[in-house]
Design a protein around this ligand. Structure first.
Ligand SMILES: [Zn+2]
Length: 446
């Protein structure tokens, strides 16, 4: 905006004013007197205003948000033209437990409507997460926890129809984006909420859920997790395979983020539809069990699926996870004290623990930038091409963020880095959301 004003001032600088004075001078006496005064005054005015012109020109040399790169690409314009879909944010827990009003710019967290608008986001998959420690082992409590979060997302769209609309298909996302609104979608993180009943997969599909990961950090009886001991040997059992086939039948995407290696291989060998990872990184760069090996990325791409790269430093930066473990040990007594001091329920105790972690990680762990995130995107592209990579932030689900992508408003920094690395506009369209639109269309087809 400043840049545009600067350009306008330059175009209308003094030549125009002088021309208009000359037109008015028809050589008459009083006019001649006026002109004499002007001859004295105009140079002074000219010097003052030209100084201003130089100042506005100076502002053009600063790097504004819309600055073009050496090939004439405007990162912000490219970013805004693309349909940007974030495959994973944990904001529903905040909606439920903290009753946050997303229509306001929040002083904390990573996500709200004003910041999503600012960041050029078009569609958000809200993660419906049932924490096993609190609501685990399935049963009515787990289902209620999932149902309440889905209802909270629906309420958001009903309370703010000027900003949000519920979506379940790629066509919905395209239509809502064209109306300049934000699309809200949901995915189940961990299969706890289906309560080991096949019919519940369809129940959640009917409630609008469009992806599910069989396990979060704790294994289910039917699917191993990358986060616990038993997961290292547990894949999908027969029921687990039935769940995948049911998801295929309904048109619900299968998410491999968090599952164990045996579960991953069972999923890609069972699914007849493209398989996705909603928020994962590459194990070749950051060696954590949550990330995908090169063989896994190749196999997932073979299904036609997409690896949506997470923004969380622990899964992006080599060695960060080990450092975090050290810090976790150091701060354990502080975390424990915060939990004990919180007199609320288990959810609020967890929130108190997370608040301490957030603060201490920021102080004690090295900063990581968006450049490292793009290293992971580059890696997937080198392995399997541009059609199998996307983005899944994990905003509001992590206690540490990238330094220059610390909330959804900073999403254009990703596009700037992609441009800097030589990605074209059509590549960037695919990464930001185009690839996921393709998968959603394919999975929905019967
Ligand atoms: Zn997760």
């Amino acid at each position: 905006m400043l840049l545009q004003i600067g350009k306008t001032i330059n175009r209308s600088c003094f030549p125009v004013t002088i021309r208009s004075i000359q037109r008015r001078d028809s050589g008459q006496g009083p006019v001649r007197l006026l002109m004499r005064c002007l001859i004295l005054v105009v140079p002074i005015l000219l010097s003052i205003l030209c100084t201003n012109c130089r100042m506005t020109q100076k502002t053009e040399t600063l790097p504004p948000a819309t600055q073009q790169d050496s090939k004439g690409n405007d990162a912000l314009a490219i970013h805004r033209r693309a349909i940007a879909i974030d495959m994973h944010a944990d904001t529903p827990q905040r909606l439920l437990d903290e009753r946050v009003d997303l229509s306001q710019r929040l002083p904390d967290g990573h996500f709200d409507s004003p910041r999503a608008r600012e960041g050029g986001l078009d569609a958000q998959f809200f993660s419906i997460w049932v924490e096993p420690e609190l609501f685990g082992d399935g049963g009515p409590r787990a289902m209620k926890r999932a149902d309440d979060q889905i209802a909270a997302v629906k309420a958001l769209t009903e309370k703010h129809p000027e900003t949000w609309q519920l979506a379940t298909t790629a066509a919905d996302i395209r239509r809502i984006t064209a109306e300049e609104k934000l699309a809200a979608l949901t995915g189940l993180e961990g299969g706890y909420a289906i309560d080991e009943k096949l019919e519940n997969v369809e129940r959640y599909y009917r409630m609008g859920v469009r992806y599910m990961s069989p396990a979060w950090s704790v294994s289910t009886s039917w699917a191993g997790s990358s986060g616990d001991e038993v997961g290292s040997t547990r894949g999908l059992n027969d029921f687990g395979k039935q769940v995948i086939r049911e998801m295929n039948r309904l048109g619900m995407m299968v998410d491999v983020s968090h599952v164990s290696d045996p579960t991953f291989w069972d999923i890609v060998n069972t699914s007849t539809k493209p398989v996705i990872a909603t928020h994962s990184g590459c194990r070749a760069i950051a060696n954590v069990p949550r990330n995908l090996t090169d063989d896994m990325i190749r196999a997932l791409a073979k299904t036609g699926g997409v690896v949506n790269v997470i923004f969380y430093p622990e899964h992006l930066e080599p060695g960060w996870s080990e450092k975090k473990k050290q810090v976790d040990a150091e701060i354990a007594p502080m975390v424990q004290r915060a939990s004990e001091a919180e007199k609320g329920d288990v959810v609020h105790k967890r929130m108190a623990r997370d608040a301490v972690r957030r603060e201490e990680y920021a102080k004690r762990l090295p900063p990581v930038t968006v450049s490292r995130l793009v290293d992971h995107i580059d890696h997937v592209v080198k392995l399997v091409g541009i059609d199998h990579v996307g983005i899944g932030s994990d905003f509001d689900g992590v206690q540490s963020t990238l330094k220059d992508l610390s909330d959804v408003s900073q999403l254009p920094n990703l596009t700037r880095e992609l441009l800097r690395r030589g990605y074209s506009e059509s590549d960037i369209d695919k990464i930001l959301g185009g690839n996921m639109l393709r998968v959603m269309d394919q999975v929905q087809k019967h």
